[in-house]
Design a binder for this molecule. Structure first.
Ligand code: SAM
Length: 192
């Protein structure tokens, strides 16, 4: 896959969850406005968001973690096809067990939704001063606003965890979070 359209087509046809267009445009705008250079992404999938973020400008470097071997392999191929292997460092592993050194201007959390609090707590030490942690899918297709309509027990439990994460952000004394009704619901958390 050597074009953005091909990545989108592959994701659609193979049910790979990638960031929605509105959410991606929000990220790109954030990166441009804040002159973001170093990005840590939790949840690579096929590399769609990482490649799009890296294409914003030549100074951007990204480290992205993925635990699914098939996804990781696809992402490696895609990153190579875009000649971005010098600027996108892909790590295969469970982000809850990966040790990452250094600090990042932007940490984008886009992996298993039930673990969002754990990712946030683990990676906040890697956040540069004035950096932000951005999380996606906080509306979870609108379900977080009407959990009573969900019939599946597992889905209800997941939506409850996402709502717990939102409460965690709202009550967090260390970070100030703004919520945006963009894409599938985005939060930008900065240190106070
Ligand atoms: N950021 C990608 C994009 O927009 O192109 C989409 C990522 S997709 C929503 C979530 C990915 O996170 C999946 O590929 C999944 O395998 C991965 N993932 C889930 N939990 C993870 C974990 N604990 N560590 C690493 N990757 C994880």
């Amino acid at each position: 896959m050597g074009s953005i359209e091909e990545l989108e087509k592959y994701a659609l046809e193979n049910n790979v969850p990638i960031i929605q267009k509105d959410g991606l445009n929000f990220l790109i705008k954030y990166i441009k406005e804040n002159n973001t250079k170093n990005i840590l992404e939790v949840g690579t999938a096929i590399g769609y968001s990482a490649i799009n973020m890296a294409l914003v400008n030549q100074n951007i470097k990204i480290t992205s973690i993925e635990r699914n071997k098939e996804m990781y392999n696809l992402a490696c191929t895609n990153v190579r096809n875009f000649n971005l292997e010098n600027r996108i460092n892909l790590i295969f592993g469970d982000a809850l067990e990966t040790e990452i050194e250094g600090t990042y201007d932007l940490i984008f959390i886009d992996a298993a939704k039930a673990q969002y609090i754990k990712f946030f707590e683990k990676y906040k030490i890697n956040l540069a001063k004035n950096g932000a942690i951005i999380t996606d899918n906080l509306n979870f297709h609108g379900l977080t606003k009407q959990p009573e309509t969900i019939h599946s027990k597992n889905l209800r439990a997941l939506v409850k965890k996402i709502n717990n994460y939102k409460d965690f952000l709202k009550e967090n004394k260390e970070f100030n979070t703004k919520f945006y009704e963009i894409g599938d619901g985005i939060a930008v958390s900065k240190m106070d």
